[in-house]
Ligand binder design. Structure first.
Ligand SMILES: N[C@@H](CCC(=O)N[C@@H](CS)C(=O)NCC(=O)O)C(=O)O
Length: 91
């Protein structure tokens, strides 16, 4: 998406959220993305750890939520860290 931080430069933001159905930590992050009106792509992961190889590849661990920000190269896990990252980057 195109993001305009308070009328300054136009920045292209590409956000991907790895998430699990019914995961409250993931919903916490989704609430923040919606509050900041950021578009994002969802990648739905499986409940089983052993089926989360892509999460491990991008973030080095298997818990979700994980947010990948292609515009900065960041891959952030732990919901509070993700929300803090979004606030600091786009709030
Ligand atoms: N403290 C983590 C908790 C995340 C968490 O427990 N996620 C669950 C899904 S709701 C998960 O991936 N569980 C697998 C595990 O704990 O290894 C956060 O705030 O993001």
């Amino acid at each position: 998406m195109v993001y305009q931080p308070r009328g300054r430069l136009t920045v292209t933001v590409s956000l991907t959220l790895y998430r699990l159905e019914g995961c409250p930590y993931c919903e916490f992050v989704v609430d923040k993305l919606e509050e900041l009106e950021l578009e994002f792509e969802s990648v739905w992961v499986e409940g089983l750890h052993s089926r989360r190889d892509e999460v491990k590849r991008v973030s080095g661990q298997r818990q979700v939520p994980v947010l990948v920000d292609d515009s900065t190269g960041a891959a952030v896990h732990q919901s509070y860290n993700v929300v803090e990252y979004l606030d600091e980057s786009y709030g």
